[in-house]
Design a protein around this ligand. Structure first.
Ligand SMILES: NC(=O)c1ccc[n+]([C@@H]2O[C@H](COP(=O)([O-])OP(=O)(O)OC[C@H]3O[C@@H](n4cnc5c(N)ncnc54)[C@H](OP(=O)(O)O)[C@@H]3O)[C@@H](O)[C@H]2O)c1
Length: 252
C-alpha cells in the first residue's frame, strides 16, 4: 500500500528548518518542484530570513516540538501537508558517565524522541487524509551503534529509531511511508561535534530525497553506507573501534 512520493507538487512541512540539514532539505524540495513548504523552528528571525527569498513557496511557522499539547491544533491549520520531514534535533556531546550525563539524556529524549513522536502523531491523521504521504525522520547511525563520546545523544536516537519502526507498522494501513535516515557525521552544526570524516550536507540531502522519490525506507547516506554492513555483521567490533575514539584516559 505504501509507495514512492512525488516531490513535484507536494506540500511539505520541515521541522528544524533553520538548521544545516533542514535548510538543505528546504532548498532541494523547492528546486525539485515542491508546491509549498512550511519551514518551522523556534527562531523567528532565522525563519523569516529563510522565507523572504522565496515567499511564493516558503512560509514560516513557529514550532517547538517539545510543546506537545498545542501540536494537534497546529497541525489542523496545515491540512494540505503530505510530506513531513523531521530535522529538529539537539546533540550534547555528553558521555553517560559524566556528571551531567543523565540530565543531558533526558533533555535529548525530550526533543529527539518525544518531540519527534508528538509531531508525527499530530500530522499522521493529516497525511492519512491526503492519501498517506510520507514521514522522514532524521535519526543517526548512533541510533544503531552507540558512539560513547555522545552516549546521551545515542540513547535518544535509538529511542527515535524505535518510534520510527513502530510508526512504520502502525501507519502502513493509512498508506503513510515512514523513512528513517541514518547519517554518520555530516558537515553541519551537530556533525562537527563528532570525530571522523564528514559527509557534505548535499550528499545527505540528495540521498534522502532520492529515497523519498524511490520508495526506500532505510537511508544510509554517504559514509554511513560503509558502516551499515558492519552494524549487522559485527557490532561488537564496531563498538570497540568507536570506544578507542574516546580520549585515552577514558579507555581501559
Ligand atoms: N550533523 C550530523 O552529523 C548528524 C548526524 C546524524 C544525524 N543528524 C540529525 O539530523 C538532524 C539535523 O541535524 P543538523 O546537523 O542540521 O543540526 P542543526 O544545524 O543543529 O539543526 C538542528 C535544528 O533543530 C532545531 N531544534 C532544536 N530544538 C528544537 C525544538 N525543541 N523544537 C523545534 N526545533 C528544534 C534547531 O533550531 P533552533 O535554532 O531553534 O535550536 C535547528 O533548526 C538532527 O536530528 C540530528 O540529530 C545529524
Amino acid at each position: 500500500m505504501t509507495s514512492n512520493t512525488n516531490i513535484p507538487g507536494c506540500t511539505a512541512l520541515v521541522t528544524g528548518a533553520t538548521g544545516d540539514l533542514g535548510r538543505g532539505i528546504v532548498d532541494a524540495l523547492r528546486l525539485q518542484g515542491a508546491d509549498r513548504i512550511y519551514v518551522t523552528g523556534r527562531d523567528e528571525t532565522a525563519l523569516a530570513a529563510l522565507c523572504e527569498v522565496h515567499p511564493e513557496k516558503l512560509e514560516a511557522v513557529h514550532l517547538d516540538v517539545t510543546l506537545r499539547e498545542g501540536l494537534p491544533e497546529l497541525a489542523e491549520k496545515y491540512e494540505e501537508v503530505d510530506v513531513l520531514i523531521n530535522c529538529a534535533g539537539v546533540c550534547r556531546q555528553t558521555r553517560l558517565m559524566q556528571p551531567e550525563g543523565a540530565e543531558a539524556a533526558v533533555q535529548q529524549m525530550e526533543v529527539n524522541c518525544f518531540g519527534l513522536l508528538s509531531i508525527c502523531r499530530a500530522f499522521a491523521p493529516i497525511l492519512a487524509g491526503n492519501g498517506g504521504g510520507a514521514i522522514v525522520n532524521f535519526l543517526s547511525l548512533g541510533a544503531l551503534v552507540s558512539h560513547p563520546v555522545a552516549g546521551s545523544y545515542c540513547v535518544s536516537k535509538a529511542a527515535a529509531h524505535s518510534v520510527t519502526q513502530s510508526l512504520r507498522g502502525e501507519l502502513f494501513p493509512d498508506g503513510t511511508r515512514v523513512i528513517g535516515v541514518y547519517p554518520a557525521a555530516v558537515e553541519s552544526r551537530i556533525g562537527r561535534m563528532m570525530p571522523g570524516p564528514r559527509d557534505s550536507v548535499q550528499t545527505v540531502v540528495q540521498a534522502t530525497l532520492e529515497a523519498l522519490a524511490a520508495g526506500t525506507t532505510w537511508v544510509f547516506p554517504g559514509e554511513a553506507a560503509r558502516f551499515r554492513d558492519q552494524v549487522s555483521r559485527d557490532p561488537e567490533a564496531l563498538e570497540r573501534e568507536l570506544a578507542h575514539q574516546l580520549p585515552e584516559s577514558l579507555v581501559d
